[in-house]
Design a protein around this ligand. Structure first.
Ligand SMILES: NC(=O)C1=CN([C@@H]2O[C@H](COP(=O)(O)OP(=O)(O)OC[C@H]3O[C@@H](n4cnc5c(N)ncnc54)[C@H](OP(=O)(O)O)[C@@H]3O)[C@@H](O)[C@H]2O)[C@H](O)CC1
Ligand SMILES: [K+]
Length: 466
């Protein structure tokens, strides 16, 4: 069982195409289903630790995986039963069901078990679950001690992360690759912990789960997307090579202060706070804002937007930032003021859902619309949320899983903007800088645990800098 870190994410269509290519190359669908069902059985056997198991099988190949798993668990000596929503319909599921020699209960009357394995529907779900399926599924899920989904919980939109009647599972065993539903909310929450089961289908994708930084030697072995890099000072580094970040301060000074502290704690060599504020930290260099101050060629990133305000004066500050021709991180109020057609290519935008909709509309799933916005603007878009999606103009996307729910508190976005500014100023390209900043931010939140405030989060960046 492989963790999701750095793994490719495939839509249902992409997964089907990969599966078909594997079949053309000589591996039958029955073999793939055998591998899937056997892999599920091994994992379920270990997790069940001798407890009784009921496997719910649907009409398609997801159900087929369930029948294979049931037969394998029976051979392993497990107390396993099967309940089906109807007769198997796909040819491979019909053949798999024929190899299960035990009784098949009707889903509506099925008796609960300690372990529930949900193999009703996978990537082929085409509409919300009907009540006659959803009601027994939820009844059996409530009665179970452990709920395990095969590929995806039945009743989630695999591509858009919608919940269409699914019962929340504790563990999801994803076959070969991650699907958008494993990362995108609200489906991701219904998946519980997601682990991959390889079934020998070669997959390639432009979309990956955000990867933790890996030590050099471990990168190839992990066989995942290029892991994020955190720029680290060497013996010849000085404050400007480590990166100079200018933070444009506006009416709400606290927000830009948080961004400044975050930039320092994320490793910037020099942070220039352009605004009225005073006081500690002493390492923060403070100057009154002027367009001239932004002309310093040593500035490696300008962060504009946290606490900026939306009046004419702040609009001029935004215009000066855009005219400075330095790498930009555009956040908060600047995202409300900016005309999307004037965003300099190579900028990094960090909208939350509301800011994103204001700029780019709401059509499509979160990955598709973020990728489209990046292509339209030429900027890297960090579409924030519990399922942050980072898209580059060339089509690459990473999705950050396991965001802390405690991040939903005032000021955490300002901290993220500062951290990304530090990564950009240190010389990372916009996509790498965004990924590194999002990873640092998430890691700091996980380290803090519950009920932290944004000030703690900014401070905690030092500890996860590594
Ligand atoms: N990816 C791989 O390499 C492999 C994946 N496997 C498993 O296959 C499923 C996908 O299988 P598929 O047959 O395409 O789809 P499903 O099993 O999810 O379901 C399709 C059937 O269900 C019907 N359906 C869809 N939605 C509903 C609903 N809401 N209520 C009732 N019935 C529904 C659908 O009927 P239609 O009317 O829509 O045609 C189909 O009958 C994947 O997730 C993996 O688990 C392989 O086993 C191995 C290789
Ligand atoms: K399922």
């Amino acid at each position: 069982m492989i963790p999701l870190d750095g793994q490719p994410i495939l839509t249902a269509g992409e997964m089907r195409a990969a599966e078909e290519a594997t079949m053309v190359a000589g591996t039958s669908v029955d073999t793939l289903m055998e591998r899937a069902g056997e892999g599920v059985a091994v994992a379920v056997h270990r997790l069940a630790a001798g407890a009784d198991i009921v496997i719910l099988c649907g009409p398609g190949n997801n159900g087929g995986d369930g029948y294979v798993a049931a037969a394998a668990l029976h051979r392993m000596g497990a107390a396993v039963r099967v309940a089906a929503s109807g007769a198997p319909a796909s040819p491979a599921a019909v053949r798999a069901a024929a190899r299960w020699h035990g009784p098949v209960e009707a889903l509506a009357q099925a008796e609960p078990a300690t372990i529930l394995v949900d193999a009703l529907f996978g990537t082929g779900l085409s509409r919300p679950l009907a009540d006659e399926v959803a009601a027994p599924l939820h009844r059996l899920a409530r009665a179970a001690r452990l709920r395990i989904a095969v590929d995806v919980p039945s009743g989630v939109g695999s591509d858009d992360g919608a919940v269409l009647g699914a019962a929340t599972c504790d563990i999801t065993l994803a076959l070969e690759a991650a699907k958008p539903a494993h990362l995108l909310q609200p489906a991701a929450q219904a998946c519980g912990t997601v682990r991959l089961i390889p079934i020998g289908v070669p997959v390639v994708s432009h979309t990956h789960v955000l990867s933790s930084p890996l030590p050099e030697g471990e990168r190839d072995m992990a066989c995942v997307a290029p892991s994020i890099t955190l720029p680290t000072p060497g013996p010849n580094s000085h404050k400007y090579t480590r990166g100079m970040v200018a933070i444009v301060a506006g009416g709400m000074a606290g927000a830009s202060e948080l961004a400044s502290i975050a930039a320092m704690r994320a490793g910037a060599g020099y942070v220039l706070h352009l605004g009225e504020g005073q006081g500690p930290p002493h390492a923060l260099v403070r100057k009154i804002f002027s367009a001239d101050a932004l002309q310093d060629a040593r500035i490696g990133a300008i962060v504009v937007g946290p606490g900026l305000g939306r009046d004419d004066a702040t609009r001029r500050m935004l215009d000066a930032s855009l005219a400075a021709h330095r790498p930009l991180v555009i956040d908060g109020d600047a995202l409300r003021l900016i005309d999307p057609t004037t965003i300099p290519a190579g900028s990094i935008l960090t909208p939350h859902g509301g800011e994103f909709s204001h700029l780019f509309g709401q059509e499509g799933d979160k990955i598709t619309r973020t990728r489209r916005a990046a292509a339209q603007t030429g900027a890297v878009i960090v579409h924030k949320g519990p399922d942050t999606v980072i898209a580059a103009p060339d089509g690459r996307v990473t999705v950050a899983g396991e965001g802390s729910p405690w991040l939903s508190t005032a000021g955490t976005g300002d901290v993220l903007a500062g951290a990304i500014g530090a990564m950009r100023a240190a010389g990372l390209d916009p996509f790498a800088a965004a990924g590194a900043g999002v990873w640092l931010h998430g890691a700091a939140a996980r380290r803090l645990g519950p009920a932290f405030i944004a000030d703690d989060l900014a401070d905690a960046l030092s500890a996860v800098r590594g």
